[in-house]
Ligand binder design. Sequence first.
Ligand SMILES: [Zn+2]
Ligand SMILES: [Zn+2]
Length: 172
Amino acid sequence: MNIKLTDLDHRKGEPLPLRFTLDPVELKKRHQEIRGLTPVEVKGEAVKLGDLYYVNGEMSADVDFVCARCLTPFTQHVVVPFQETFSPPDAAVELDEDSDIVPLEGDEIELVPLMQEDFLLEIPVFPLCKEDCLGLCPSCGTNRNEQMCGCKNERIDPRLAGLADFFKNSTE
Ligand SMILES: [Zn+2]
Ligand SMILES: [Zn+2]
């Protein structure tokens, strides 16, 4: 999905509606937590205002994850807003290094690579089925969101176990 700068120049500030999809296969390959996803719907608009080109909108897809704590597969509707600013190759604007403005090299805006980056940045590296997921019991493997197993999982570092006994004995 490339936008010709001349197309935007000719619209004289009238936004150009954008609607396309990102290929899910490539996105899935680039993020190990994505187990599957629908094509990413991109909706937005592009416009030239002054010397700069602006593209903004929203991407959305249903993404399949596996919960990092309880290992249950779940699907989440992911919505990623985006906003990019581009300066034309012959721009008079000075770009400092911290600038969010993307300098264009050709006569087109190449949207797909930028949209892919924006989308992947929003994908969690530690996906959770719910924020307070209780995870699996480290002793018996029961999913503690579904039932309590009754295991006592007191986390005592074996190196400190002797110390725990010492304190127990000293208070008796
Ligand atoms: Zn979970
Ligand atoms: Zn258990």
